[in-house]
Design a protein around this ligand. Structure first.
Ligand code: ADP
Ligand code: MG
Length: 373
């Protein structure tokens, strides 16, 4: 039994591409959709019945979204703690507040992952230059510093290469909380997307292999081209984390594989994730469908991937180059999110290709995607 009736309204906090694709799943299943987003031309505006144009800090507007929805979810994890706790007390938000509040702060997130018993890279909360220098002395260079809250797509991050670099760099300690991490030489990056329903059913999507450029996801290959032991290890880490933190809906764990072959948890996103966009075409159920079914308490099918997939993000700079030829490759599944302002590093869309020959597909895609220098 679902927690809401067919034709009931699903409210989504956040109307970016994740909100849009969640809304598309919900609409197809026969639900109404309401979205709140601060941007007037949010991608999900075109895929909802009711659009509330408001800041995420606007308590009254968030309450309005909750009042007109039978169930509320989010595509955005940086909601104010006090607001979210109050909404969770008064409205139907099955994901709750506690997990997202833990995960929105890198210091709390890492502490929770460590307590769950999953491996992470050495880190420390640092609030002074001396503390940062002493972390680097203990763990060696390079070191990466990240803002504890509010960062995404590599925003709010600095890599410090050496002691000389440390002496010249300015970290604005007075403006934010910071976390320092050992900067690993990575063998690979992988991610695991998991769906957990209100009834406790858990389904794992295939392990995904991710390549980042300038700290932004560039491309995903699924399943990851790594030894099967990593899938087992990633699922084991997910189980430990689920024992410690409560999850409803889909979430994704990002992992590093170090050059030592060890698997470390990088971070966890308590919502649909860019690295699982391929599931729309490559699996019997997409991450977006799975999220809607899971929060409503409907059973999910066991996840099964039909074919290998390569997903490339279309940043503004890519779209500038590829716009004329985007639809000349009939094997490309093209997704353009409908953002009006195009910026070089902004995620404007993505392309997924299903393939029996990943290497050949990568070669062909890269011919199109790699920028001429
Ligand atoms: P965001 O919240 O912006 O996604 P992440 O912590 O996931 O931040 O960092 C973005 C990317 O930067 C990672 O996917 C990885 O490619 C690189 N990166 C971040 N931290 C480290 C690290 N400690 N060692 C090596 N690479 C890192
Ligand atoms: Mg990340």
């Amino acid at each position: 039994m679902s927690s809401i009736e067919l034709g009931g309204t699903i409210g989504i906090i956040g109307g970016g591409q994740l909100g849009k694709m969640l809304a598309q799943s919900a609409l197809r299943m026969g639900y109404r959709v309401a979205v709140l987003d601060p941007s007037e031309d949010a991608p999900a505006r075109s895929t909802c019945h009711t659009f509330i144009h408001a800041e995420f800090s606007d308590f009254e507007s968030l309450k309005e979204l909750c009042r007109l929805s039978d169930i509320v979810t989010y595509e955005f994890e940086n909601i104010d703690a006090h607001i979210l706790r109050t909404l969770v007390d008064d409205y139907h938000i099955p994901q709750g507040a506690e997990t997202v509040l833990t995960l929105q702060n890198r210091d709390y997130e890492k502490t929770a992952i460590e307590e769950a018993g999953a491996a992470i890279v050495p880190y420390a909360k640092v609030s002074t230059r001396d503390a940062l220098a002493s972390f680097a002395d203990t763990n060696g260079y390079p070191v990466i510093v990240k803002t504890a809250t509010g960062g995404y797509d590599g925003k709010g991050q600095m890599v410090i290469e050496s002691q000389a670099h440390m002496e010249s760099i300015e970290v604005p300690f007075d403006q934010a909380e910071w976390v320092a991490e050992k900067y690993l030489q990575l063998e690979r990056e992988v991610s695991l997307t998991v769906a957990r329903s209100t009834t406790g059913q858990v389904e794992y999507f295939p392990l995904q292999e991710n390549l980042h450029k300038d700290q932004v996801l560039y491309r995903t290959i699924a399943p990851a081209g790594v030894d099967a032991q990593y899938t087992a290890k990633a699922q084991e880490a997910a189980r430990k984390i689920m024992d410690k933190l409560h999850f409803t809906g889909v979430f994704t764990i990002e992992f590093f594989i170090g050059q030592d072959g060890a698997l470390y948890v990088n971070e966890i996103a308590p919502r649909p994730h860019n690295s699982a966009h391929h599931t729309i075409e490559s699996c019997n159920i997409s991450q977006f469908d799975a999220h809607i079914l899971a929060i409503l308490g409907h059973p999910m099918p066991a996840v099964h991937q039909h074919q290998h997939a390569v997903m490339m993000n279309l940043l503004g700079a890519d779209l500038d180059r590829l716009e004329q030829t985007l639809f000349t490759n009939p094997e490309w599944h093209v997704h353009v999110y409908g953002k009006t302002a195009r910026k070089p590093a902004r995620k404007m869309g993505h392309v997924t290709v299903l393939t029996d020959d990943v290497l050949e597909t990568l070669d062909r895609l890269e011919e199109n995607f790699i920028k001429e220098e």
